[in-house]
Design a protein around this ligand. Structure first.
Ligand code: MF3
Ligand code: CO
Ligand code: CO
Length: 291
């Protein structure tokens, strides 16, 4: 149903529609009418100023947890020990680890090494070793709001090939962030990520993507790391989502560990890298809420 100019805006601001989201809605309608490849964002994923403030705090705390665990990432440490540090620091900062118990996930953080693409489960049996590339993916809930980010680390002397994979994956994320501006599309940066990865001889994982985030761990939209320019969901101010490309040195195919039900590996056993930010789309560009 279309709101009248003087009706209260759908966003809950209490302002009249004409002085709140009317032009915003008209602009979306015009764009999707002009290009059938572009999908309008649903209203319920647009965050209010209050929700954004909550997410900013959760994102900052998530970043602080990663900063702390980073100081302990060294050869010899077990991934279980890093899990314990995440748990302790999160509690100290007033947060809750979102991963613990999420759909039955058994630990507080995901730690994915070498050919593990994502969702690696911390273990006291796995010590970080010279030459490993390691992703630590941390998600924190604060006052009901979520922040989600992951970083890569290189342990000791890492091969030039692995170093380059880690660096190009970071470039994929950074380029996507620079493209993720209001009134562009998810396809615009998906295309750019895939282009940069394949130009370097790598491939992009297709089965797992980024996601809307904020009031829940995984919200709409699903954020693919491949795509076509000018297609997919329109990006508008107030949207919050992650970008988290998983880039494989070899083939894109992955499989899930049948025993633990979580760990995702590359099919060809070649290394994979990932970086993740939580992003807010603003009127002028974007803000990284957690990194
Ligand atoms: N943090 C991951 C993401 O970026 C999700 C991990 S879910 C878990 O979406 F259950 F494995 F922790
Ligand atoms: Co994550
Ligand atoms: Co995520």
């Amino acid at each position: 149903m279309k709101l009248g100019r003087n009706d209260a805006c759908w966003c809950g601001s209490g302002r009249k529609y004409k002085s709140c989201h009317m032009f915003f809605d008209d602009k979306i309608e015009q764009i999707v009418n002009r290009n059938k490849q572009i999908v309008a964002p649903p209203r319920d994923i647009i965050k209010t100023p209050e929700q954004i403030a909550g997410m900013r705090k959760a994102g900052e705390i998530n970043t602080m947890v990663l900063d702390t665990v980073e100081q302990h990432v060294k050869e010899g440490v077990t991934t279980e020990e890093l899990n314990r540090i995440v748990e302790e620091r999160t509690k100290e900062l007033g947060g809750v680890c979102a991963c613990l118990g999420y759909e039955g996930y058994p630990k507080s953080v995901c730690i994915s090494i070498n050919e593990v693409v994502c969702h690696g489960i911390p273990s006291e049996k796995r010590h970080l070793q010279n030459g490993d590339i390691v992703n630590i993916d941390c998600t924190t809930i604060v006052d009901g709001y979520y922040g989600d980010a992951s970083r890569m680390y290189m342990i000791g002397e890492v091969s030039e090939a692995k170093k380059k994979l880690v660096q190009v994956t970071k470039e994929c994320l950074d380029e996507a962030v620079s493209i993720a501006q209001p009134w562009t599309t998810l396809g615009d940066f998906g295309y750019a990520i895939n282009k940069r990865a394949t130009e370097n001889g790598y491939s992009v994982v297709r089965e797992i993507g980024g996601h809307g985030v904020g009031l829940d761990f995984h919200e709409d939209p699903w954020v693919p790391h491949i795509g076509q320019p000018n297609s997919g969901m329109l990006i508008v101010p107030g949207m919050t989502f992650t970008i988290e490309p998983m880039i494989n040195m070899g083939k894109p195919d992955v499989f899930c560990d049948a025993e633990d039900g979580w760990t995702i590996y590359t099919d060809d056993n070649q290394p994979s890298a990932q970086w993740e930010y939580t992003l807010l789309i603003t009127e002028k560009g974007n803000e990284i809420l957690s990194r």
